[in-house]
Design a protein around this ligand. Sequence first.
Ligand SMILES: [Zn+2]
Length: 489
Amino acid sequence: MQDFLQGRGLRFRGEIVLDGSRESMLHFPCVANRTVALATLLLAAFFATTNGVAQSDNGGMAPDPQIAAALRQVSAQRIQANIEKLVSFGTRLTISSQDPAAIAAGKGVGAAREWIKSEFERYSKDCGGCLEVKTDSFTEEAAERIPKATQITNVYAVLKGADAANAKRIVLVTGHYDSRNSDTFDVKGDASGANDDGSGTAVSLECARVLSKMKFPATIIFLTVAGEEQGLNGSGHLAKMAKSEGWDLQAVLNNDIVGGDKSAEQDHSVVRVFSEGVPAAATEQDLRRIRGLGGESDSGSRQVARYVSEVGRAYDAGVKPVLIFRLDRYLRGGDHYSFNEQGFSAVRFTEYREDFHHQHQNVRTENGIEYGDTLKFVDFDYVAHVARLNAATLASLAAAPAPPANVHLLTKDLENDSTLTWEASPGALATGYEVVWRGTSSPEWEHVQKFGNLTRATLKLSKDNVIFAVRAVDAAGHRSLPVVPVPER
Ligand SMILES: [Zn+2]
């Protein structure tokens, strides 16, 4: 113990290794180890008495009881009913009919769109008009998978932030409501799309229903897009609109194929979270810095992925996120990329193991193999678990203070200490800041040091050996996304 305090903890020499375990300080709540707990207490006492500013504790995200209560409202039965409704439209192919007759008959992409809109409006009625239900409608000209100019409509609901200084900040959840079968031009044949992406659409809807009963400082947008199967058209249009209108969009959660296909090899306890490493929108200057200083795993999207991971440890969603450090699966793409292209942080949730017989296929049986994306293969409890993980992430981000801006790491002199500076989180939410860090080869944040309401901190730790980030914290313990510093000379 003595050795620990003097040799490691006290001087912040790199990794804090306790009892030979590599359990990080951020993971402390899970460690039932008296030695570790005692070490923490001694360390905390040291900081409280001799430093006066810095405190060190486990730093892990603690569950907010209100958010935890909201998660219990997520209903697998409602999700099932919503996916069944989406399947009932026959096809939701983007180029299928959307004329009044088809809408009245409850068939085609237009009928699906109108139903989603009415569903959001119903949730809004239940919360005294708290949601603003909107459409983003545009004409996509003829293209490879679009035979003639076609109207595409995204449908979304806005839960406006309740804090003036934070309402501009937006977090967004999305799924695509369009579907397809074997032939991407088949406007008549059924394309049930129960999993791809009835499941993701149901996640957006259920998050809207549950979270609209709460108030958050920042704004949450619940989005469903069309055109995904024809070339990410809907998300592309909305992401460009967000960019051109200057939305302060801080995180996008794209749910695509989160049905937990019931194949024998499926792992229903986890969901994959894909995130880009080097940002699609990186400038030449960004790329030079990334190459020089090892920033390949610190895109904004990756910080969102790590945040999802931390949320997954704090809340019992019923499913754990598995971070995949890759933009997307081989041969596949998704709507999160539309946002990445415009410079926004966006990740993709997808079930652990896909059954490709159950995607983009006409419903049929061949050689004993069942093809088709039908209801029977969807695990509605699993979709509900993924919805809980999404809702917890959205709520945690929207409840947190804005991240600190202009985070810098001073590199003017060659020295082994590390000094970080930042601008205070706008508004009155932040009561303090945390510097988090990890080894350069570590996937997730490992250590945290708390600071009061300061905008500058020096750590007895070499910037050459670790990656730092700074996040804002409020009185209730909500954490902002961490911001990796830019070197300042
Ligand atoms: Zn899809």
